[in-house]
Write a protein that binds this ligand. Sequence first.
Ligand code: R5P
Length: 295
Amino acid sequence: MADGDGNINSKNYYLDKPAANEGYHMKGLGNLDWGMKDRLSRMFRPDTGHTVMLAFDHGYIMGSTSGLERLDIVVPRLASHVDVLMGTRGAIRTCVPPTFNKAVALRCSAGSSVLDEDMSHEVVGVDIDDAIRMNASAMAIQTFIGAPGEKSSIDNLCRTIDAGNRYGIPTLGVVAVGKQMERTTKYFLLATRMVAEFGAHIVKTYYCEDFDKVVAACPVPIVMAGGKKLPENEALTLTYRAIQGGAAGVDMGRNIFQADDPPAMVQAVAKVVHEGFTDKQAFEYYQHIHNGGAS
Ligand code: R5P
């Protein structure tokens, strides 16, 4: 095993050179089988290579969350504007009509709540059979690198990747930031790369300084998690910086469903992700929609 101490600092990220993509629109995934690519293409638009995922899986650790009190009202209102619905099977089966025909990133890890001081001990909470029944385009598993539950969360990830590989369902590896965990570039470089090397097909992580280096060093696409609620203009700046830094999209929750105007916000986010809007243009668009303008 490589020694953890005394390593030379990484520096050769070749930020001016695009990653090889083997003729497929998603980095590092050109060698996958047809079924995997079909599912990934439902999530990441082939024309832009990007995705807007709506995260509404918060209830699995937080219970009823501000903005998500009525999943059956909130999610259908936003669903037509996003590419992917990311939620638990309980939320999706009960509150999301199967008529939207959106890709589903199914939250498959579970095991702790906000009442737990150390939230890093999870299990695989969904069987592969049920992910198939849900027609999941991906299974999402949280990993807690550097936390007490690190090993078991890596085991959850690897077992899910193995199960998904048997049936052609990609795995979204989620880099967790627990109560005691750091949010530094060094940490995200470590965690995202580990998750990708275990075989995750997509990695979800938070924005950080030198985000472009985190993206460059991760051999598969990264989607940015939104994080806590920010003023709408700042959330759009965060989105813009992530896309500029090479993110393949966002998996955003609170900054959409807790916005003053969630449908306007999700449309503004999509303008940045898919249409190259700057944060300033997107905020103007948000205000336009919020004030009753046409999409
Ligand atoms: C983490 O994986 C959570 O379950 C959420 O999906 C994630 O935090 C994204 O939501 P938010 O944008 O509200 O942070």
